[in-house]
Write a protein that binds this ligand. Structure first.
Ligand SMILES: *[C@@H]1O[C@H](CO)[C@@H](O)[C@H](O)[C@H]1NC(C)=O
Ligand SMILES: *[C@@H]1O[C@H](CO)[C@@H](O)[C@H](O)[C@H]1NC(C)=O
Ligand SMILES: *[C@@H]1O[C@H](CO)[C@@H](O)[C@H](O)[C@H]1NC(C)=O
Ligand SMILES: *[C@@H]1O[C@H](CO)[C@@H](O)[C@H](O)[C@H]1NC(C)=O
Length: 905
C-alpha cells in the first residue's frame, strides 16, 4: 500500500516538474495492437464483397449485404443521400456476438435526407445520384466511388483496407497446434503498456477504411495536433499516423502527430478545382494515416514522366479505430466553404457567445486570494490596459473540491464577484470532472451513495489520482448523473455566488495521473455496460454539454460561456477550446495559428492559445509577439503555470507595456467585427477565422501557408514567430486586382503574392482587404462592457472597382433575445462614391450607438466634402480631409439604427 502511494506521489512529482514531454509515456502505433493490426492490412486484396442481389432501395438510401468472403461474416451496408450534398456510409455486423457501440448526441440531430435516384442496378454495380452527386457501389471487391459533377472525387476502399473485425470467441491455444491464434496480433485479446494491463473482455473489434481523393494536392483538418495546417504524409517507416486519443500531454511537442486533448476526425482533401471532406464519426481511439502523392520521392515522379503518364496527384487517407461501427460522411464540397458548412450542418454551430467573452481574459494558476484578484484588476486600470475577465484556477477551491471555495483565501466570493461586476468585469472559475474521495464532501458522498461513478472492469468504483489526490470519475453517460451535475450549477449549490460566474472545464480527457497514458483504463465500465474504450474521446464533450445545460438551467436567458480542454466533434455547440498546456517558446507561438485554423475548419472556431505560453517564462520579445498574434485568434487569454514568474502585462517596462496595450486596444477596437463574425457563424456555419486556401481555393501558392490568418473575409494577419525579425515576407493573395491596406499606415498593396515588409517590435503586419467595410470602436476603455454606447468608426477599404461592403451585428450582448428578433443586422455598402446602410432583416433594437467617423482607404482624390442624408437628420454637409493615404469624413453623427447615405462630392 505504502509502495503504491509512493509511486503515485512520484508520478504527481513527474507531472508537475518534468519540463519535457515524456514521449515514451504515450503509445506509438507499433505499441497499440489494433493500430498494428489495421495498419498491417495488405492493400489491393480486399475480401469484402457486396451481395447486390440483396439490395433494398428506399427514397433516400440503398442497403445491401456486405460479405467478408475470407471469414464468412455478413455485414449490413447502407448508403444514404443527405441534404446539402453529403453521403453517409454506414456498416455494422448483421448478427454480432456483442452489440457494437454507436454514438449518440454527437450529430446536431438526425441529418436531413435527400431523395435519390437509382441510375443503374446490376449484380456488379449500383449507381445512385442526387443533384450533381453520384455514387457507384461496386460489388467485387467492394468499393464506392463518389463523383461531383461528373468528376471522380473520392473512393472508399479503393486500396482495399476496409475491415470490420467481427466479434468472435477466443480460441484456446493448444500446444503445438497450428491455429488462427498464432497469426493473431499478440495484443488482440489483452495488452500491456508500461505497467498497465488492458483486459479487452470483448477481444478485437477494430474497424478500418481507406479513402482516396483523386486529384487532391493537400489535405487539412484532423485536429487536435500540434502540427502544421497542411497534413503530412505518414506511413510505416515514416511519421506515425495522426492519433486521436484525448490525453493530457504536458508540454507537448510541436510538429507532431501525437494525440492531444481533443479529437475531431474530419479531413478535407483539396485541389484548386475541388474540395471534399470525410467525417469519420467514431469516439474510440483512432489513428489516421495520410499519404499525399506530392510527398513521394523524386524517383517516382521521374518514373511517371518517363512512362509518359500524367502523374495525377492524390491523397490517400486511412482511418483505423479500436471499436464501433463504420459511420462515414462524405462532404461533397465542391469548395472549402461548402465543406465547412456541410460539416457544421452535421455537427452544429457555436451559439453566439456573450460579447465580453471575445475581449481579453486574464488567467494564471493561480490568483491566490480575493485581494490578488482585486489588485490585478486595479493594476490593469492604473495602466490603462483593458481586461474583461479574471480567471480562477484550481486553488480557489477548498482542497480541490469543486463547487466549494477556499474558506480563507476566498472567503467572500459574492463580494469579490460584485467587485468585479461593478467595474464591468467577469469571472470564470475552473470545475474539473475528477471528484475528491473525501468523507463529508457532498459531491463524493452523493456520487458514492447513488452509484454515479465509473466502475473498474470488476465492477468496483474506479479510483485514480488527480489534483485532489485520490479521486473518482462520475459517469456522465448515465442520464441520472447528467441531470444531477446539471443541477449543481444552479445558484444554491454554488455557495450563493450569483449568475455571472462562467465555467472552465479542464482535465476532462479525463486526466488520471496514474492511469495508462495519464487517462482512464480502457476496460473501465460506463452506463449500459460500455467500456471506456468505446467512448473515450467523447467523455470531455459530454461533460461540457452538462455544464452548458446546467448554466442554461441556472439562467435560461444568459448565454453560457464554457472553456474546455478536451473536445470532440460537436463541442462547438457547448464550449470554446484552447490549445492546452503549451510552452513559452517561439515554436509554440507558431503552432497557435495552424492549430486554431484546423479547429475552425472542424467547426470549433472559438479557439485560442495561452498567451505567453503556459510552461516556463517567455522573454519580453516573445511575450509581445504573442499578444500581437493572439489579437487575431478568437479566444484571447493569457495564462501561466504556477511555477512561472508573474507576467501580467503591466509588470513590464513602459515600452513593453505600450506595445501590449496597443495590441489589447487593437483587439477591443475590432470587437464589433468579432461579434458580427460569431453571429454570422451561428447563422451561416462558416468558420470565424480562415486559412488562405479557404478564401482563395484556386491559388496553388497558398496551400501551405499557416502563419497567416483571415479574420472573416476582411482582415489578414501575419504572425511573427521568430526573435529579432526586421522583415516579414507576407503573402498577399487575390491577384493584382485585389487590394490590401496596411493597418499601420493605410498604404495600399496589390495581392501579388509574397511581399516583403519591414517590421519592428511595435506591430505585426495586418491588412484590411479592399472591398470590405470594417466597423471599429476606437475609444479606449477599461472593459468591453464600457464600450457599448461608444460610437463607431467605419473603415471603408475600397477594391479596384472603388466598391466595398460589410456587415455589423448588434444586440444586447448577453441574452437569447436575439432569437426573438431583438437585434440589428446592418449592411453597409460603398459604390459610385456613396456609402449606404440598410437593415438586412426587418428587426429593431434600441441602441445609442452612432457613427463618429468614416475613413475611406484608397479613396479617389479631389473629394471636397461629403453629404449625409437620413430621415432624422435630413441632408447635412460633412467635413472631409486627407490623411495618410486615406480620406477622413468627420462626424456623420447618424445612429446605426437608421438607414442613411453619405455621398462624396
Ligand atoms: C504512398 O503511396 C504511394 C503510392 O501508392 C506508395 O508508393 C508509397 O509507398 C506510400 N507512402 C507511404 C509512406 O505509405
Ligand atoms: C471589494 O472591494 C472593496 C473596495 O475596493 C475592498 O475593500 C474589498 O476587500 C473587496 N472585496 C473582495 C472580497 O474582494
Ligand atoms: C470589379 O468589377 C468587375 C466587373 O463587375 C468584376 O469582374 C471584378 O471581380 C470586380 N473586382 C473586384 C476586386 O471585386
Ligand atoms: C449591449 O451593447 C449594445 C451595443 O453594442 C448596447 O446598445 C446595449 O446597451 C448593450 N447591452 C447591455 C445590456 O449592456
Amino acid at each position: 500500500m505504502k509502495w503504491t502511494i509512493r509511486i503515485l506521489l512520484f508520478s504527481l512529482f513527474l507531472y508537475q516538474t518534468c519540463f519535457a514531454v515524456v514521449k515514451e509515456n504515450f503509445k506509438e502505433c507499433s505499441q497499440s495492437s489494433f493500430c498494428r493490426r489495421l495498419r498491417g492490412i495488405k492493400p489491393d486484396n480486399s475480401n469484402y464483397v457486396l451481395n447486390l442481389k440483396s439490395l433494398q432501395v428506399s427514397d433516400n438510401s440503398v442497403e445491401s449485404e456486405l460479405w467478408n468472403s475470407a471469414e464468412n461474416v455478413k455485414f449490413k451496408l447502407v448508403l444514404t443521400a443527405l441534404a446539402g450534398n453529403m453521403f453517409r456510409l454506414y456498416a455494422d455486423e448483421i448478427s454480432p456476438l456483442h452489440k457494437r457501440y454507436r454514438v449518440e448526441n454527437v450529430l446536431n440531430g438526425e441529418p436531413q435526407v435527400e431523395r435519390l435516384e437509382v441510375l443503374k442496378r446490376t449484380e456488379d454495380e449500383v449507381i445512385i445520384q442526387f443533384g450533381d452527386n453520384k455514387a457507384v457501389l461496386k460489388a467485387k471487391p467492394f468499393k464506392v466511388e463518389f463523383y461531383k459533377d461528373g468528376t471522380l472525387v473520392a473512393v472508399v476502399n479503393g486500396r482495399g483496407l476496409f475491415t470490420i473485425e467481427h466479434f468472435r470467441t477466443k480460441n484456446v491455444q493448444v500446444d503445438g497446434e497450428e491455429n488462427q491464434l498464432q497469426q493473431e496480433d499478440p495484443g488482440a485479446w489483452e495488452e500491456n503498456f508500461k505497467s498497465h494491463h488492458d483486459s479487452k473482455p470483448r477481444g478485437p473489434e477494430g474497424i478500418s477504411l481507406d479513402i482516396t481523393f483523386p486529384g487532391a494536392v493537400r489535405s487539412y483538418g484532423l485536429p487536435q495536433h500540434a502540427d502544421r495546417l497542411s497534413l503530412r504524409t505518414t506511413g510505416p517507416g515514416g511519421l506515425d499516423p495522426y492519433r486521436f486519443y484525448n490525453l493530457d500531454v504536458f508540454e507537448y511537442l510541436v510538429d507532431s502527430t501525437m494525440a492531444l486533448y481533443g479529437s475531431i476526425p474530419v479531413v478535407y482533401a483539396h485541389s484548386s478545382s475541388n474540395t471534399v471532406g470525410a467525417f469519420w464519426l467514431n469516439p474510440s481511439e483512432t489513428w489516421v494515416d495520410i499519404n499525399n502523392s506530392k510527398d513521394q520521392n523524386v524517383v517516382s515522379s521521374l518514373v511517371n514522366l518517363v512512362s509518359g503518364q500524367a502523374s495525377e496527384s492524390r491523397v490517400d487517407v486511412h482511418f483505423m479505430s479500436e471499436s464501433g461501427v463504420v459511420d462515414l460522411f462524405i462532404l461533397m464540397g465542391p469548395t472549402p466553404k461548402d465543406c465547412a458548412k456541410q460539416y457544421t450542418q452535421l455537427t452544429g454551430v457555436a451559439p453566439l457567445p456573450q460579447y465580453y467573452t471575445l475581449a481579453y481574459h486574464q488567467c494564471r494558476w493561480n490568483y491566490i486570494t480575493e485581494d490578488d484578484v482585486t489588485t490585478v484588476v486595479k493594476n490593469f486600470d492604473e495602466h490603462d490596459m483593458p481586461v474583461d475577465t479574471m480567471w480562477l484556477d484550481i486553488e480557489y477551491t477548498d482542497g480541490k473540491k469543486y463547487f466549494t471555495w477556499d474558506p480563507i483565501k476566498f472567503a467572500h466570493p459574492d463580494q469579490m464577484l460584485m467587485n468585479l461586476t461593478s467595474t464591468g468585469r467577469h469571472l470564470v472559475v475552473i470545475i474539473d470532472p475528477h471528484v475528491k474521495r473525501e468523507g463529508g464532501y457532498f459531491l463524493h458522498e452523493d456520487s458514492l451513495s447513488n452509484d454515479y461513478y465509473v466502475k473498474t472492469k470488476d465492477g468496483n468504483v474506479y479510483e485514480g489520482w488527480c489534483w485532489p489526490g485520490s479521486s473518482s470519475y462520475p459517469d456522465f453517460f448515465n442520464p441520472t448523473v447528467f441531470d444531477y451535475y446539471k443541477a449543481l450549477y444552479s445558484k444554491l449549490k454554488f455557495d450563493n455566488v450569483n449568475n455571472d460566474i462562467m465555467i472552465w472545464n479542464d482535465m476532462n480527457e479525463p486526466s488520471v495521473f496514474n492511469g495508462p497514458e495519464i487517462t482512464m483504463p480502457k476496460d473501465c465500465l460506463h452506463h449500459g455496460g460500455w467500456e471506456h474504450r468505446h467512448l473515450h474521446n467523447m467523455y470531455g464533450m459530454v461533460y461540457t454539454a452538462i455544464t452548458y445545460e446546467g448554466l442554461l438551467q441556472r439562467n435560461p436567458n444568459r448565454r453560457p460561456f464554457i472553456l474546455s480542454r478536451s473536445h470532440f466533434a460537436g463541442t462547438q455547440r457547448y464550449a470554446a477550446i484552447w490549445t492546452g498546456d503549451n510552452n513559452a517558446d517561439w515554436n509554440h507561438l507558431a503552432a497557435s495559428y495552424p492549430m486554431c485554423l484546423s479547429e475552425a475548419l472542424a467547426g470549433v472556431s472559438f479557439c485560442g492559445a495561452d498567451i505567453g505560453g503556459f510552461f516556463n517564462n517567455p522573454d519580453v520579445e516573445l511575450l509581445q509577439r504573442w499578444y500581437q498574434a493572439a489579437v487575431w485568434l478568437p479566444f484571447f487569454r493569457a495564462h501561466a503555470h504556477i511555477d512561472t514568474r508573474r507576467r501580467e502585462p503591466y509588470l513590464f517596462a513602459e515600452d513593453v507595456r505600450h506595445r501590449i496595450r496597443t495590441a489589447l486596444r487593437l483587439r477591443y477596437a475590432h470587437l464589433p467585427t468579432w461579434y458580427t463574425l460569431f453571429y454570422e457563424h451561428e447563422r451561416f456555419g462558416e468558420p470565424v477565422v480562415r486559412p488562405l486556401f479557404y478564401m482563395y481555393p484556386k491559388d496553388p501558392e497558398v496551400v501551405d501557408i499557416d502563419n497567416q490568418v483571415l479574420v472573416g473575409d476582411s482582415i489578414l494577419a501575419h504572425m511573427i514567430s521568430e526573435s529579432g525579425a526586421t522583415t516579414a515576407n507576407v503573402y498577399l493573395p487575390g491577384g493584382s486586382s485585389e487590394y490590401w491596406y496596411d493597418m499601420r499606415d493605410w498604404r495600399k498593396y496589390a495581392g501579388n503574392g509574397y511581399t516583403s515588409f519591414s517590421v519592428n517590435l511595435d506591430s505585426i503586419p495586418v491588412f484590411y482587404r479592399g472591398g470590405s467595410i470594417i466597423c471599429r470602436k476606437d475609444r479606449p476603455r477599461r472593459a468591453s462592457s464600457l464600450m457599448h454606447k461608444d460610437p463607431f468608426t467605419l473603415i471603408i477599404a475600397l477594391d479596384s472597382n472603388n466598391s466595398a461592403k460589410g456587415t455589423l451585428y448588434i444586440d444586447d450582448n448577453e441574452s437569447f433575445e436575439y432569437r426573438k428578433q431583438k437585434y440589428l443586422y446592418i449592411q453597409f455598402q460603398f459604390k459610385n462614391n456613396e456609402l449606404t446602410s440598410s437593415l438586412i432583416d426587418k428587426t429593431d433594437y434600441e441602441t445609442l450607438e452612432w457613427i463618429e467617423r468614416v475613413i475611406v482607404l484608397g479613396a479617389p482624390s479631389g473629394v471636397q466634402k461629403a453629404v449625409l442624408t437620413s430621415k432624422s437628420l435630413g441632408s447635412v454637409d460633412l467635413e472631409t480631409h486627407y490623411s495618410d493615404d486615406a480620406l477622413i469624413i468627420r462626424k456623420p453623427g447618424v445612429s446605426v439604427r437608421e438607414s442613411f447615405a453619405v455621398k462624396l462630392i
